[in-house]
Design a protein around this ligand. Sequence first.
Ligand code: ACO
Length: 326
Amino acid sequence: MGVNSIIIGTGSAVPEKVLTNAELEEMVDTSDEWITTRTGIKARHIATKETNSQLASEAARRALKMAGVNPQDLDLIIVGTLTPDMPMPSVACLVQKELKARKAGAFDLSATCSGFLYGLAVADKFVKCNRRAKILVIGSEVLSRRTNWNDRTTCILFGDGAGAAVLTGTREDRGILSTHLHADGSLWELLTIRGLGTAHPVNQEILDKGWQYIQMQGRDVFKHAVRALESVAWEALNANGWTGDEVDLLFSHQANMRILDFLRERLGLEQEKVFINIHKYGNTSAASIPIALDEANRAGRLEPGMKILMVAFGGGFTWASAAMRW
Ligand code: ACO
């Protein structure tokens, strides 16, 4: 029998400050009613003093504690993020320093909202080569620093936070059963932070254009997101010989409640089989799935043998799935 990766610990961390829809009503021309009906979001956590690497490290500590794994026994740290503390070093290296994970390699992975699932796929391959490997996969974002707080079409959507999972191997018939990764760079302009990279370094013109901020063609992204999420979900189901209603719990990237409802209907899932926490956190990009996974885990909603499907979609475009038997 081959080796499967299993998740032996999860953790998450969000900034202290909560920003409600009511507070956003004071900042831009919007309403709680619009935000709730269009997105399902009621509140989000916003970093004031916390950095991405601090949130990532805290989520990691909690996951390691649950797993009973000493940081010094970690082999690898992968952080999915599009909002690192700085271009160099990586968030993963800062987490490695914080945890004193002396033996671990560490790198960031840039796949926007699919970052955690891309990270899981990479970690899974490492574990398949070394059953005893211990790998930390984190999704962590501080999108609020790349949000234009005068743009009502985007500022109501995003939140900050981090989620983490510790992986190792087993010969048992459980754990990660499949991963599928996809991308379409031709559509990058629909969802982008154009500026402050090396193509458009900081200068007054770039700042005046607002290219330091996230820019999204929401309606177009929505159409692509529902199509891609449904197709990657079916791809995972077919690869494992599962029907839609066999899934015990679906973790989809929490971008919009209407997207989650659409997926639930298309897969023929009952309401309680779709994990939802978008109302509390908004869209936390790469952190969204691992935060949800940790909440479900700590709430006792993950039972051995359960069929878990995870799907994500984000800028790039990127989209991905992971199917697991818990
Ligand atoms: N408050 C009030 N009105 C608003 C707001 C707001 N915050 N924002 C937009 N509006 C207005 C618009 O101006 C527009 O008015 P008009 O009809 O007079 O022109 C109207 O509301 C409808 O706007 P739409 O953009 O068509 O609204 P839509 O129903 O598409 O919802 C949303 C917008 C929530 C952004 C949606 O398109 C969406 O969720 N898109 C997908 C997001 C996603 O999946 N992203 C992928 C991952 S994110 C990542 O990778 C980082």
